[in-house]
Design a protein around this ligand. Structure first.
Ligand SMILES: [Zn+2]
Length: 269
């Protein structure tokens, strides 16, 4: 069977060696994992997750009187934090998730992406996605790369025409650097093709259905804030895992219908 996330990781490691604009990336601090998602459903092919953002400034939710504008009640003070992810001795700063089998099949390639690779084999769209996700990592500060408007001021968006063009340039740069075709071989197959060639697809994934995400924590002790004197409501927060390690990861098989486990008849003993 083919380990899909291992192959993506090997390709990413080769990309950061050959594409100078991505050479700042330390692949020991990037975790590649898979999530389930059917090819015929809407959803992302891949996502870049930052788990190294510092805690937010303390804040609270509040309610105002519509007429007077005065605060009528507020929540406790809280901060938003990144989970801690360590794999072996490596501190993970970013994670890139791939949705299987959707990523392998890429049935809903946008017209603009198709135009960017007109006349090229269809698997270039997958290489584009892989480089696209790596390019989201900001080289200068923790977080997702910031996009600037034409006047140089920061934009709230994380994509721009220049971003997509840079990705195409990096795809071209990588392919003209004479990479080992074996490293790219797995991109040539859709999910069915991979299953036929390798006998099945496995990938690294998180054991629980949830993966590390930013979470809210109540500030203890609560700051004293006389200026916001109104009833305070306790925050009812779900219990979340805040620390992850290799113990939370497993390698499991993925199926064409997006099922987590193999469907089958269960016989009563
Ligand atoms: Zn993106």
């Amino acid at each position: 069977m083919i380990n899909y996330t291992e192959h993506v990781r090997q390709l990413m490691s080769d990309i950061v060696l050959r594409v100078p604009r991505l050479s700042f990336l330390d692949m020991n601090r990037v975790l590649v994992f898979a999530r389930s998602g059917r090819a015929d459903r809407e959803g992302p092919y891949a996502t870049c997750h930052c788990v190294c953002l510092p805690a937010s400034d303390p804040g609270y939710y509040f309610w105002r009187d519509q007429t007077t504008g005065a605060l009528t009640r507020r929540s406790e003070w809280f901060v938003t934090k990144s989970p801690v992810v360590r794999v072996g001795s490596s501190q993970i700063d970013y994670m890139v998730s791939f949705t299987l089998p959707r990523f392998c099949d890429q049935r809903r390639i946008s017209a603009s992406k198709r135009a960017r690779y007109a006349g090229h084999p269809h698997w270039m769209a997958k290489l584009d996605t892989i480089i696209h996700e790596l390019y989201h990592i900001d080289p200068h500060q923790p977080g997702i790369r910031r996009i600037e408007r034409a006047d140089g001021t920061p934009s709230t968006k994380c994509h721009s025409p220049a971003f997509f063009k840079d990705v195409v340039d990096m795809v071209t740069q990588y392919l003209t650097s004479d990479p080992d075709p074996q490293i790219l071989e797995f991109l040539r197959y859709d999910f069915e093709g991979l299953t036929a060639r390798y006998g099945g697809v496995v990938a690294t994934t998180f054991k629980a259905s949830s993966y590390p995400r930013r979470y809210i924590e109540v500030v203890r002790p609560q700051p004293q804030a006389q200026s916001h004197d109104c009833p305070v409501e306790p925050l009812e927060l779900p219990r979340v895992t805040t620390h992850f390690s290799e113990k939370d990861l497993l390698t499991r098989r993925f199926w064409a219908d997006g099922a987590v486990a193999r469907k089958g008849k269960v016989r009563a003993a």
